[in-house]
Design a protein around this ligand. Sequence first.
Ligand code: IPE
Ligand code: IPE
Ligand code: MG
Length: 243
Amino acid sequence: MTSSAVVPNHIAIVMDGNGRWATKRFLPRLAGHKQGVSSLKRCVKACAVRGVSVLTVFAFSSENWQRPADEVSGLMDLLVMAIASEVQQLKRDGVRLRFVGDRSGLSEKVVAGLAQAEADTKGNTRLTLNVCFNYGGRWDIVQAAESLRVMGKPVTEESLGAAMAMAHVPDPDLFIRTGGEQRISNFLLWQSAYSEFYFSDSLWPEFDEAALDQAIQAYQRRERRFGKTSGQLSVEAERSISD
Ligand code: IPE
Ligand code: IPE
Ligand code: MG
């Protein structure tokens, strides 16, 4: 086994399938999003218990504004409510909350809520929870490039990476998408360059500890070569044991 036979340090998740979960039960789509928040709470706990240090979740994409207005406003309200009801528990659980995305498109009330929750949890070190909201991978690359242009800095992989909205954490090791679709949908385009992908047919509200463990086990069976050969990795592994 290679070094991937450990718990992934950073897991990223496209939490997809809330709408279908609700529709299957003859419920409004927003009921699926509410259930999605419960599933996220369970996932945060499970990741902390398993020793994952960073969990990044896709909660609202740059493209989700195109949904019906009542669903969009319901998601905004849900974000504010979820923060208000969960921040104290997150604080007790050692979770540092960060919101990643374009805040210029959000209402003052939402922006104030995000800033307060970040300030309340900034001293926590057990798990960093990045909630990507009004986020798009293309937006992030463009805003990073624009900030380098404004500062007159040359564009390199390092400088661009450091200007990205996710620069405070290492790249994801494991990228999970629930809900059965096998696409990126503009999530973490830059940062997932060497992530291991795992697609689950479970709808997000149903994605429980057992489903998470299956994803982690699948990850642990992968060989992460980063462009090298299997033979090179074996030699490196032997060397590190004898060191
Ligand atoms: C993901 O669930 C949550 C958001 C995009 C906000 P969906 O709402 O996309 O659920 P499906 O894909 O319609 O089932
Ligand atoms: C991706 O899901 C965005 C989030 C989970 C927040 P979508 O449901 O919006 O993705 P598409 O439209 O099916 O690609
Ligand atoms: Mg969807």
